[in-house]
Design a protein around this ligand. Structure first.
Ligand SMILES: [Zn+2]
Length: 243
């Protein structure tokens, strides 16, 4: 899957006006202050297009910043990864408001293991209006890349399977499916599939280390049995099946 397919426009894309509703949501999300320097003067706040495309007005591509910090972003003094991380932070803190969580009962408890990581996220968040359980992941997040997301799903599934096997070896360490995601969030400061794509290798390295540390994982390694496919192999397989 090539990321360059939709890029390289022939001429700069047309700037489109951000709708009043989107704008209102963005200011609410930012709590009417610049998320970088904290300035609270609404008069100096502007809307920044995270992916640099002025015609892409999806809320996940937009963030409110002050004019000063906007210039720093343009000059690269605030990196794209920092902007991304800040957007995620705003997104999660905003969504974690009591009003939202009260209204979200356990809707998807009966899910299978393969989609459990999606459902954990879907339980706690929906972007904008609730319409489908399918998540829209922000640009440059791991979730936005089907194959990378698939590989993370694959490793997490492997971890769950091995933990289940460990129980067969008599391990009674308490286990719940959400734990690995909570640990990842604490470590990476973002939910699993919202982590910036630049940290993909770091993320899969961490999950692999968790797989390797299970009893099943250690047994396999002592016998020279691989615990998982490499990303290269996984990717090649996905591309082959996708054709
Ligand atoms: Zn600022």
């Amino acid at each position: 899957m090539s990321k360059t397919e939709n890029q390289t426009p022939k001429r700069p894309k047309q700037r489109k006006t951000v709708s009043a509703l989107t704008s209102k949501k963005l200011y609410q999300e930012a709590d009417n202050r610049c998320p970088f320097c904290g300035v609270e003067d609404v008069a100096v706040l502007e809307i920044h297009h995270i992916d640099g495309d002025p015609s892409s007005n999806k809320i996940e591509n937009l963030i409110v910043v002050c004019g000063n910090c906007h210039s720093k972003i343009t000059r690269g003094e605030i990196s794209p990864a920092d902007v991304h991380a800040k957007k995620m932070e705003l997104f999660w803190t905003h969504r974690a408001s009591p009003r939202q969580t009260e209204k979200s009962p356990m809707q998807s408890v009966n899910v299978n293991a393969a989609s459990v990581s999606d459902s954990i996220i879907a339980n706690t968040v929906t972007f904008g209006r609730k319409r489908s359980p399918r998540m829209q992941y922000p640009v440059d997040s791991i979730g936005a890349d089907t194959i990378k997301k698939g590989y993370i799903d694959y490793l997490i599934k492997r971890y769950f399977d091995y933990r289940q096997a460990d129980a067969g070896y008599g391990s009674f360490r308490p286990f719940n499916h959400a734990e690995i995601h909570t640990t990842i969030q604490r470590k990476f400061k973002a939910k699993t599939f919202f982590i910036h794509v630049s940290r993909f290798e770091e993320l899969y390295g961490y999950i692999k280390s968790r797989v390797d540390q299970t009893i099943q994982g250690r047994n396999n390694r002592s016998r020279g049995i691989p615990n998982y496919d490499s990303f290269e192999k996984y990717e090649a397989e996905q591309l082959r099946h996708g054709q």
